[in-house]
Design a binder for this molecule. Sequence first.
Ligand code: HEM
Length: 493
Amino acid sequence: MSLDIQLQALWSSPKLFFTGLAALTIILQTFYEKRKRVSESRAPMVSYLILWVGSALEIGRNLDTFFNRAQRKYGDVFAVKAFGRDITYVVSPPLISEIYRNPQKYDFGHYRVALTTECFAIPASLIKSDLLSNVLRPAQHRHLSPTGLGPTIESHTTAVWDLLEKEGSRFAGVSTPLRDFVLPVLYQSSTHAFFGRSCPVLESYQAFNDFDSNFHLLLAGVPRIFLRKSTEGLATMNRLFEKYFDGPHEDASEYVLESERVIRDQGYDSKAVGAYFVCFFFALMANMPNAGYWMIVLNLRREEGVRPLVDEIDEAVTSWKHQNPGQEIEDHLYEFVSTTELPLLTSTIQETLRYVTSAISIRRVTEPVELGGYRFDKGDEIACMTRSVHLDEEIHENALEYNPRRYIDQKGFSKNGKIVTNHSMPWGGGVSMCAGRHFATRALKSFMVFLLIRYTLEIDPKSSEGPTFVLERVGTGIMQPRGDLRVILHPRK
Ligand code: HEM
């Protein structure tokens, strides 16, 4: 067929013509953009087919595959277009470290304000005030530091023990979806620890889950009008917390009571205090319960199951009883769990976090800089992709495999002959590093210790394959499970 005839066919069918034109435009546009980025020493852009949408669909389909492929093709720094927004992703530990160490050049403050105003209902005047940066955030860090955390983690410890008894006896001997057992225990115990028993914990559970279900879309800038479930969930949470702060709540933690006093002293009412704490509550609940859930699933799926953990904990109990004759662990829960060293459990927690977090630290460039050999201008957006480091086979041997002993067995982490100190970053880093990390690790420890002291746990043989990761919630922290695992619990003698 001659070119003439082909062109005639194109002209005679407008649909074909416009499709051809669109394809040509995309090719030219991609080519132009690529050339421009090279000539300006900008990080390469991952190629995409659909204008504006960019790579969004591909990322949503499988985040791990996308970033793995991009890293192999483009190196440690590459730009990605998604829904009209260009963000440069950095996947190398030393470059991520450089970003975390330089908050003046790579700013997070802008996002903190945007995130809290766009996703929560805290009054803008409070968010932008010096009160937040000079008083409330330092108070949060003080109360959540290893030394400030004592009373809160102690009340969490007692609550976990009591709830495991209550919920465990409800489910004992019956095939139970693991999620129905684990998530409410960790949700309730964390609520009790910070807000006391007067907090309407069960009423807020559904509202929290509704809000959380579309949080990733809210973050991505999808208008609220399309996210009714989330919007209604947030409104219910705000109402419940306003009522809580209007009522008696002397049993709340010192962190909550002190921050409430400070906010009220500036003339804010219960509604504003409630909205402030809904935001904190979200950080408290969005990740830790799911981390506890995954820790059990991932261990139960291994050939030896939770047996090595049970052995380690049993040995510690025997040793404690030997040193404290005539005493019961039940009367010394906090002391037992905070003084007992359990290297396998510690490694298991670290490994679970490495394996199941998808956290991104986002920063905005404040002045022209060079990073990884590329030029960045003021206003450019950079994201530290910590999950790529967690899955880097050169840093973590058999990175795709869940290995609870990893942090005991692998003595050092290195890449290209250089030691990698920031090999595991489930908490992000720098100025935005998770404020609740000490609470979360200690809470996960006591949960697992008490669970395995009290119960045996096995997969219901009739259970289906079990959960997979909800991979489309890119960068929001611990990945949520899709599907569930049925388990059978039996009280231990
Ligand atoms: C396994 C559980 C948890 C994980 C994996 C986790 C992870 C994260 C990550 C990745 C960030 C953002 C870091 C960044 O942008 O660089 C973050 C922020 C934060 N987390 Fe957590 N978190 C967990 C539990 C908690 C808990 C239990 C609390 C509260 C007690 C908490 C409080 C916060 C707060 C307040 C921030 C905001 C920090 C800021 O903007 O300065 N987190 N967390």
